[in-house]
Design a binder for this molecule. Sequence first.
Ligand code: SAH
Length: 345
Amino acid sequence: MKTDLKSLTLPELEAEMLLIGEKKFRAKQIYRWLHVKYADSFSQMSDLSENLRAKLEENYTIGSLKQVKKLVSKIDNTTKYLFELDNNCIIESVFMQYSYGNTVCISTQAGCRMGCTFCASTLDGVEKSLSPSEMLSQVYEIEKDKGETVSGVVLMGSGEPLDNYDNVIKFIKLINSKEGKNMGQRHITLSTCGLINKIYELADEDLQITLAVSLHAPNDMIRNRIMPVSKANPMDKLLQACRDYVAKTNRRITFEYSLIKDVNDSAENAKELAEKLKGLLCHVNLIPVNDVKERDYVRSTNEAVKRFEGILTSRGIETTVRRKLGSDIDAACGQLRKRYKDEKR
Ligand code: SAH
């Protein structure tokens, strides 16, 4: 298989040019075409000789995604995309507009193998871990399609980012590179279901990204029931890893907590959670769970959400309830992809 140049860092691209007998500075030109001008063919690279373009064509590829579906919310311009990968896998990405800028939620895997019982992405397991190029292309394609600058990325689409660790780290380095898109690390959020060893590894990368941890429960009993991954990653060790992460990086952690009626939304649950998070530099994001028709979970009532928020806040835990975007386009967590795949079968 030919190497995808879009997945290479600039130093790697420079090494590649030397390897095929070209001057090192060519790499910078090509890198610019790929990551600033978003070229998807070598023929667009007009400042390279025809000779070189032919040589590149012969030896390399430029990864690209095919847009197969797009839904635009009439309420808030949230836009959902389905893209097809080279191997026919389908992935989902979302464009969101906030007062502070445009953010894209990207997938890191086609499907997921973590098995959270409330999530639609995991229903068919994982089909593919995405390459750095496939993650970048989600952002680049959406920027081109919308004609607007994207200033932030959240790794919260399908997949477990820390289960595709090397590619995700490389993606972050590429999108952050000053010769490329130059997106600030502080505008990047990585969301994990809580793989403890990988959180320690990530802490050692010395990145300024925001780490979000999907907690969804105040104790292992409830967490084991809805997140199978919790059995190998128990809460006391997970929260210790989070404390160590904060100590190492000085970055505040976001905890995601999807509220499911009668599963994890009682006053008791809120008190237990507040107790466990005491003293941890963090922020809790409450998300009324999105109904997944394959599961019989129901979202918490507004009263239960308010109560939960109130208990956390009164105990000094900074808490917000996530605003729902794109409610008219079924924007929740892998549902569009699931439906598209089911229809095709
Ligand atoms: N695997 C990573 C990132 C992808 S999921 C993780 O677990 O964090 C992104 C977020 O969406 C997670 O917090 C996940 O638990 C949440 N999520 C999944 N399905 C959901 C649903 N039906 N309703 C609300 N949140 C959901």
